[in-house]
Design a protein around this ligand. Structure first.
Ligand SMILES: [Zn+2]
Length: 489
């Protein structure tokens, strides 16, 4: 099930053109990072999904139409939450979540949950051995099995288990220019897209809920209003404005500041044909020190994207799609371990190597991980940089090509840690050094991961289970190395 779902997602991502546009980070101290987005939110109305938010994980599942009703696989609902099993016995389906046993019968509304009768609003269905329950029953069925409260908003298909909702306030300052300050009760990482007259933030994973009112109005001609919408398992905030807006994150991802793009903007950064040899990444001594913006612990860079497809892994499978799918999994695993993560691209867009390095260095993470995929080899290769010979750092200035030099030893040691973590999960891995851009341009611990299948079966690269196992092992390795990384930055 998850297989086919993931495949559809990959196929969709690769054929849908990107809606947003890349806006360069602007200002003396580039704090705002924008990414073009492939908005999954409202773009595929044909595919219904329900999103479940819990302390264990936030995840989306497909909603199926059966006999004119909406259904969802019950095993899939519980799988991320704990220990589950299911057994088919003729028309009966026995389901177990920890020690809570339930029994359903295909075509029947009557079920037994933990020794008591329970009536479904429509018949339970067995669909290829898979137990399907009506979506509308989740609000009453889950509390019986979980033994705790849930809140189910059936219209938007968002289900909250326990006290996991993320609330926010929004206020426009009286300053010139005005700023819209949004404070959230937990870190958020929405996908941001700008269009004429509005800035849209899509919360595809976060349990963000509406403030008192879904429509917010502000006493400002420049930023007059914002609206909260939720639909098909996701939430979105749309900020209306009379001028182009940009967003920046502070307070460990708990605050988003939205303000007009300064008029005196720098021209869009285009990569020079040759990497700049004299560019400095340290400010000259006379300049004021840039504010410390350290809210992302990890930057994950899905290599390739947009027109640049990377390797053709199979006839169907482009490297750029595998790197993005894997990077999203890695972000989820890292964030589950409390490591706030930025994806350099969260859609099918083109970024140059110089842009990747500049965006990473502005975000000031403790570690940068760039992701590649390869059809040949075995398991994961973890690369750290070789700084090109003849590029040296002088005084307080770092040469662009040798920016990685002060971090080389720690990068190698972090790479060995990741290899050990992968091997401890029976995933083949080895560490290597290579002159691989943009590693040498990064001013923090920097590694490149090249993910290859564990056998001759290249399609394994597209397997959620395989990606998940590798992502989890890497996230564990980084979490184990957390203290050393924290000290280094
Ligand atoms: Zn590649």
């Amino acid at each position: 099930m998850r297989w086919s779902n993931e495949r559809r997602e990959l196929a969709r991502a690769s054929r849908r053109p990107s809606r947003g546009r890349l806006v360069p980070a602007i200002g003396a101290f580039a704090t705002a990072i924008f990414f073009a987005s492939t908005l999954l939110l409202y773009s595929s109305p044909e595919e219904k999904r329900v999103t479940i938010y819990s302390n264990a994980a936030n995840y989306s599942l497909p909603v199926l139409e059966r006999n004119g009703d909406e259904y969802v696989g019950l095993l899939e609902v519980f799988e991320p939450l704990g220990v589950v099993s299911a057994k088919v016995n003729g028309p009966h389906w026995k389901f177990r979540y920890y020690d809570v046993e339930s029994e359903f019968t295909t075509g029947k509304t009557r079920a037994r949950i933990h020794g008591s009768d329970y009536d479904l609003p429509s018949a339970f269905l067995l669909d290829n051995q898979r137990g399907l329950v009506p979506l509308s029953c989740l609000g009453t069925l889950l509390p019986r099995i979980l033994g705790g409260p849930v809140t189910f908003n059936q219209n938007s298909r968002r289900l909250f288990i326990g006290n996991v909702a993320v609330h926010f306030t929004a206020q426009v300052s009286k300053t010139t220019p005005p700023k819209l300050v949004m404070n959230f009760t937990a870190p958020v990482n929405p996908t941001i897209a700008t269009e004429p007259g509005e800035l849209r933030m899509a919360f595809n994973r976060e349990a963000v809920v509406a403030p008192g009112s879904q429509a917010l109005t502000f006493d400002s001609k420049i930023i007059p209003s914002a609206s909260f919408q939720e639909n098909n398992g996701a939430a979105e905030v749309v900020v209306a404005a009379s001028v182009p807006l940009m967003a920046s994150f502070t307070n460990n991802g708990r605050t988003i500041i939205i303000e007009p793009v300064p008029l005196a903007t720098a021209p869009p950064q285009t990569a020079p044909a040759q990497p700049p040899q004299t560019a400095t990444v340290a400010p000259p001594p006379s300049a004021p020190a840039p504010p410390a913006i350290r809210h992302y612990f990890v930057v994950v860079d899905p290599s390739h994207g947009g027109a640049e497809r990377g390797a053709s892994l199979t006839d169907q499978l482009a490297e750029k799609d595998v790197t993005l799918a894997f990077a999203r999994r890695l972000r989820q695993e890292l964030e589950l371990r409390g490591l706030v993560t930025l994806l350099l691209r969260d859609g099918d867009i083109t970024l140059t190597l110089d842009q990747r390095a500049s965006l990473t260095n502005s975000a000031r993470p403790a570690i940068y991980l760039c992701v590649h995929a390869a059809s040949e080899g075995n398991g994961v290769r973890v690369y750290s940089a070789v700084v090109p010979v003849g590029t040296e750092n002088h005084g307080p200035f770092l040469s662009w090509d040798a920016a990685q030099t002060p971090f080389q030893l720690l990068s190698r040691s972090a790479g060995s840690g990741l290899v050990r973590s992968l091997q401890s999960k029976q995933i083949q891995a080895r560490s290597l050094i290579a002159p691989l851009r943009p590693l040498n341009n990064i001013t923090t611990v920097a590694l490149a991961l090249e993910v290859a299948p564990s056998s001759d079966d290249v399609s394994q690269l597209n397997s959620p289970a395989y990606q998940q196992a590798i992502a989890a092992a890497i996230a564990t390795g980084i979490a184990d190395f957390h203290d050393k990384l924290e000290v280094a930055r």
